[in-house]
Ligand binder design. Structure first.
Ligand SMILES: Cc1ncc(COP(=O)(O)O)c(C=O)c1O
Length: 472
C-alpha cells in the first residue's frame, strides 16, 4: 500500500504570512465594527448553521484562509456579543483594545511560559504584572504570585498552598506521604460560597464532610459570630465580591480570629478584590490584605480578555512546595519560574496580556473602569426601582439583583430579555427569591447601552406582566 507524503507547505497551504494575518485582522475588525448594534444572543438560525463546522474530519488539508473563512462565516454570527457593551451575564469582563491587539502578537510569538529559558519576554511581563497586581490589591511584598486560567484555578492553587502549609505545620509531608492518613483539616466557608471554591476543594481531596458551612446575612456576608471554634488545622474561605450581590465578607474580624487560632484564611476575590484599585471603593476591601492566600481574575473586572486568573500566597514556600516540578530535562533556573508556582507545566503567556492591559489602563484608567461600571450598576438599580421593580441587594459594586414579582414572572422576563437581543441578563435564586442578575463588568458599556438596556428590560417586563394579567 502506498503512502502519500504531504509536505508541511501543503499541510498549511501557506506560511503564516502577512496576507493571512491581514485577512484575520480584516475579519476581526469587521466583527467588532458592528458588535455594539447587533443582537447580543445569536439568532436561532445562526445556531442552526453551526453544524456546517462539523462532519467527518477531512482527509486532505484545507488552506488556512479557507478555514478562517468558514469559521468567520459560520462561527462569528453564533457568538454572544460579549465584546459589546450590553452583555450583563455571569461576571464576564470584556477585552480592552490593548488586550485584543496584544493577544494577536502573543499568538504569533507562540511562547511557552513554563520556563524563563523558553520565553524571557513572557517571563518578564509575568514578573512585572504580578508585581503590579500585588501592589494594586495591597498584598504582601514578599509573597508568591502566579498567573493561571481563572479564579477557579486560582482558588485551587491558593487552597493547595493552604493544605500544604497546615499539614507541614502538623508535621506531615504532603508531597511525600500524600493525603491518605494525613491529619484531618477542616474548611470553613460561608453559605454563599462560590461553586468554584467547592470544586477546588473537591479537586484537593476535601470531601463535603470536611467542609463546614457558616450562615450568612441578607447580602451573603459570612457572619463572624457564627464561626465555629477555629484551630491551626482550619482553612477559612472568605469572599471579596459575592457573585450575586457583590457583597464583601467582614475580612478584618475573620482574619483576626482565624490568625489568633493559627488558622489559614483564603480569599476568593474573583472580581471584588479589584475594588481596591479605586479610591471610592477601596474601603470595601479593608482587612482582605490580612489573609494568607488570594484568588482573583484578570478576565473579569480588569477586562484582560479570556482567560486570565491570578493567585497570590503570603508564604512563597507554601505555593512553590505545592506546585513545583523538575526533571533532568526540565530544570528551573535560579529566578522565578511560572511553572513552579502554578498547576500547569506548559502555559500560554497570559502574563503578557495582563501586563499590556494594566500598562494601557494605568492606575487611573483601572480606577475609572471600576467606578464607571459601578455607576452603571447604580443606574440600572435606580431605573428598575423607579419602574416599580424590586432590587434585592444593596448595590455596593457592579452587581444588581432584580425581582419582577412572582418567580414565574421573573423567569419569563429573563427569558424574554435574552430572546429580545438588546441585552443579555442571566437569572439566579437569591435566598429563596428568583432574580435577574445584572453584572456590569465590561469597559465597553456606555451610558447609552444602559439606557437602551433599561428600555428593553422595561418593555419586556411590561409585556410579560400584561400577558400574565391577561391570562389570569
Ligand atoms: C466569586 C467568584 N469566584 C470564582 C469564580 C470563578 O471564576 P472563573 O470562572 O474565572 O474560574 C467566579 C466566577 O464568576 C466568581 O464570581
Amino acid at each position: 500500500m502506498g503512502t502519500t507524503t504531504i509536505h508541511s507547505r501543503q499541510v498549511t497551504g501557506a506560511s503564516v504570512d502577512a496576507d493571512l494575518l491581514s485577512e484575520a485582522m480584516r475579519r476581526a475588525a469587521a466583527y467588532l465594527a458592528d458588535i455594539r448594534s447587533r443582537r447580543v444572543a445569536p439568532a436561532a438560525s445562526s445556531l442552526e448553521a453551526l453544524k456546517e463546522l462539523g462532519g467527518p474530519l477531512p482527509d486532505r488539508p484545507t488552506a488556512p484562509a479557507e478555514v478562517l473563512d468558514l469559521l468567520d462565516r459560520v462561527g462569528s454570527p453564533a457568538t454572544v456579543a460579549n465584546a459589546g457593551g450590553r452583555f450583563y451575564g455571569f461576571v464576564n469582563g470584556g477585552a480592552l483594545p490593548a488586550a485584543v491587539a496584544v493577544s494577536w502578537l502573543v499568538s504569533a510569538w507562540d511562547q511557552n511560559a513554563a520556563l524563563r529559558v523558553m520565553s524571557p519576554a513572557a517571563a518578564a511581563c509575568e514578573d512585572i504584572a504580578i508585581e503590579w497586581v500585588r501592589e494594586i490589591l495591597g498584598l504582601p511584598v514578599d509573597g508568591a504570585g502566579a498567573i493561571v486560567t481563572g479564579a477557579t484555578m486560582a482558588n485551587f492553587s491558593g487552597l493547595a498552598a493552604a493544605r500544604h502549609a497546615l499539614l507541614e505545620r502538623a508535621g506531615w509531608d504532603l508531597e511525600q506521604e500524600g493525603l491518605f492518613g494525613a491529619p484531618p483539616l477542616t474548611v470553613i466557608v460561608g453559605d454563599e460560597v462560590h461553586v468554584s471554591v467547592e470544586k477546588a476543594l473537591r479537586l484537593l481531596g476535601f470531601g463535603r464532610q470536611r467542609v463546614r458551612r457558616v450562615p450568612v446575612d441578607g447580602q451573603g456576608r459570612l457572619r463572624p459570630e457564627a464561626l465555629p471554634a477555629l484551630d491551626d488545622r482550619t482553612i477559612v474561605c472568605i469572599q471579596a465580591g459575592n457573585v450575586n450581590t457583590g457583597a464583601f465578607d467582614p475580612a478584618e474580624e475573620i482574619c483576626r480570629r482565624a490568625h489568633d487560632a493559627g488558622a489559614w484564611v483564603h480569599v476568593d476575590g474573583a472580581f471584588g478584590l479589584w475594588a481596591a484599585s479605586s479610591p471610592l471603593y477601596r474601603h470595601l476591601t479593608a482587612g482582605f490584605g490580612d489573609a494568607d492566600s488570594w484568588a482573583t481574575d484578570g478576565h473579569k473586572w480588569p477586562n484582560v480578555g479570556y482567560d486570565c486568573g491570578f493567585v497570590f500566597v503570603r508564604d512563597l514556600h507554601a505555593l512553590r512546595s505545592a506546585m513545583a516540578l523538575s526533571s533532568a530535562y526540565f530544570a528551573p533556573g535560579e529566578r522565578r519560574e511560572g511553572s513552579q508556582f502554578s498547576p500547569e507545566m506548559s502555559r500560554r503567556a497570559r502574563g503578557v496580556e495582563l501586563w499590556a492591559t494594566l500598562r494601557s489602563l494605568g492606575r487611573q484608567g483601572l480606577a475609572a473602569l471600576i467606578e464607571r461600571t459601578c455607576l452603571h450598576a447604580q443606574r440600572f438599580a435606580a431605573g428598575l426601582r423607579a419602574s416599580g421593580y424590586q432590587v434585592l441587594n444593596d448595590v455596593v459594586i457592579n452587581q444588581v439583583l432584580v425581582s419582577f414579582g412572582a418567580p414565574a414572572l421573573t423567569r419569563a422576563v429573563i427569558e424574554q430579555v435574552q430572546q429580545d437581543g438588546t441585552c443579555w441578563c442571566g437569572g439566579t435564586e437569591w435566598q429563596g427569591q428568583v432574580a435577574m442578575r445584572i453584572s456590569v463588568s465590561s469597559w465597553a458599556t456606555t451610558d447609552d447601552d444602559v439606557e437602551a438596556s433599561l428600555a428593553a428590560i422595561r418593555r419586556v417586563a411590561a409585556a410579560c406582566i400584561d400577558s400574565n394579567t391577561g391570562a389570569a
